[in-house]
Design a protein around this ligand. Structure first.
Ligand code: CU
Length: 129
């Protein structure tokens, strides 16, 4: 019984020490992209209408990107880091959302053959603070 209470106290102490390290300034950052002809466009907010926009986030943020297919071809979105990959959007109007932790600079791109080569990619820029 005494041992159990001691363990509980250690667990509480441990979590109070760990929590402040992980929690400050971590935000959920949401972005929307749409597709054009072998291109992404920002679809809302600061990146609206920007071609293959750079997604700027801070280290530790949770990044949420929704891709809407605005094009007659199929497209998807994947990361070089392999942290996330959407389903293939086969028809106009199809959409999917990916989410991943911002841990370092990365690229997003379309996995359809030839699309990345044609320029269907953009940067994810992760700043330290
Ligand atoms: Cu594509």
């Amino acid at each position: 019984m005494l041992l159990n209470k001691f363990h509980l106290w250690i667990m509480l102490l441990g979590s109070s020490l760990i929590a402040p390290i992980n929690s400050p300034a971590a935000e959920i950052r949401t972005f929307t992209l749409s597709t054009g002809d072998q291109t992404y466009f920002g679809a809302s907010g600061d990146i609206k209408n920007i071609k293959n926009p750079t997604i700027k986030v801070k280290k530790g943020d949770k990044v949420v990107i929704t891709l809407i297919n605005n094009n007659s071809e199929m497209h998807d979105i994947a990361l070089d880091s392999q942290l996330a990959k959407s389903k293939m959007l086969k028809q106009t109007g199809d959409r999917d959302t990916i989410s991943f932790p911002a841990i370092g600079n990365d690229y997003y791109y379309c996995t359809v053959s030839g699309h990345r080569l044609a320029g269907m990619e953009g940067k994810i820029e992760v700043s330290e603070n």
